[in-house]
Design a protein around this ligand. Sequence first.
Ligand SMILES: NC(=O)c1ccc[n+]([C@@H]2O[C@H](COP(=O)([O-])OP(=O)(O)OC[C@H]3O[C@@H](n4cnc5c(N)ncnc54)[C@H](O)[C@@H]3O)[C@@H](O)[C@H]2O)c1
Length: 444
Amino acid sequence: MTGTRTQPVDQQTTSGDAAQGQTATLPAHDVADLDLAAEGVRRIEWAEREMPVLRIIRQRFERERPLDGLRIGACLHVTTETANLMRTLAAGGAHVALCASNPLSTRDDVAAALVAQYGISTFARRGADRDTYYAHIGAVVDIRPQLTMDDGCDLVSMLHRTRREELAGVLAGTEETTTGVIRLRAMAVDGALEFPVVAVNAARTKHLFDNRYGTGQSTVDGILRATNILLAGRKVVVAGYGWVGRGIASRFRGMGSLVAIVEVDPIPALEALMDGYQVMSSLEAADWGDVFVTATGNLNIFRAEHFRRMHDGAILANSGHFDAELELGALREMCGGRLREVRRDVQEYDLGDRRLYVLGEGRLVNLAAAEGHPASVMDMSFANQALAAEYVAGHHAELEPRVYPVPAEIDREVARLKLEALGVTIDTMTPEQERYATSWQEGT
Ligand SMILES: NC(=O)c1ccc[n+]([C@@H]2O[C@H](COP(=O)([O-])OP(=O)(O)OC[C@H]3O[C@@H](n4cnc5c(N)ncnc54)[C@H](O)[C@@H]3O)[C@@H](O)[C@H]2O)c1
């Protein structure tokens, strides 16, 4: 890890914020280029304009300091929105160390700004190789986090696999995404999970908006930035009709694409059909589609048998959490080394008679080729993160080592604050309606 400073966390500058400017002592870090900090600050402030709920929480945290002295280890996509979450946690009094949850989603200017302007210990470089990626997670574990904040469970995995000596000090954690929650639930069932974790993804103000509208829009954005293709009339196959798949399908349809859904669960498959999409098997879809987008959280959705059927020029992208949804090993074998980058984030696999194009090396395309979710939607996801952190800081002693939902009061409060920030007023039930809705005695 080049450029790493290794001051102990309690000697680092953790209170610095934009107003305080460059600090004399920088926190421990490994980022690509600190000279990018000024650009990062501008973009973080731009994102903040769209994050009113998080801003309200940050202002309260500044007054109340609910995380005072708590060491938080975070493994999240290092984006402008995450930077605003880190500022919120620091405002609450926490000592925070951040690493990336995916090597291609890191914004180097944001990482630089976090270190140089906001005094947050950050270990993230865009395009980091596997060893560096895990060394960065290790650097976060080195602060001996009392609270973990994960997106995909890599930090929790490291603590449970190779750094077990630090487990005793962890009070609780939070997890951002579907895939991470699935891994945590599996750990809890095996009796392997050692501390309680709140599944932020379970909050309705997270998955209904972030997974659906955030990923939907930003996936289209990533595919467009990478390829600049016309979407109208294009045949798009979406694998997985969960919250992410629903969002992606509806946004492509909005752009005039013909959309087909591939599923393994009959219920979302039926729902997709009644939502007006074609539903077909993955092999039929391989013959049919021009663009293939995976969003299942599962593995090897498109494999050699599919690649053999896809037509010349087919484009493949993934929006699921891990780069395991396209079987790229098989594709590499099939092209016998005839592989080249034809545009930024577009790799051409030459199969002899046909060429297939993979975007962002099969990693989440909305982060690899675009900027991830718009800040406005991350406002709600990260408001849940900040309030869930406050909740576990206060309640960890009452919780068992298993996966908990975000408390319903937090979920509703996030929605209420968002509506208020958007200037939208809604009704409250009249006393008569309240009685009617809660009584079993009132009939028709
Ligand atoms: N790109 C992003 O920014 C982003 C944001 C949120 C979530 N995610 C990730 O996206 C993935 C999906 O999340 P979600 O919230 O929609 O999950 P979900 O559980 O709601 O939906 C997944 C769907 O995929 C289907 N599926 C599973 N295996 C399949 C297979 N072999 N073929 C076809 N369909 C299959 C399931 O039946 C389910 O309906 C997860 O990995 C999640 O972590 C990514």
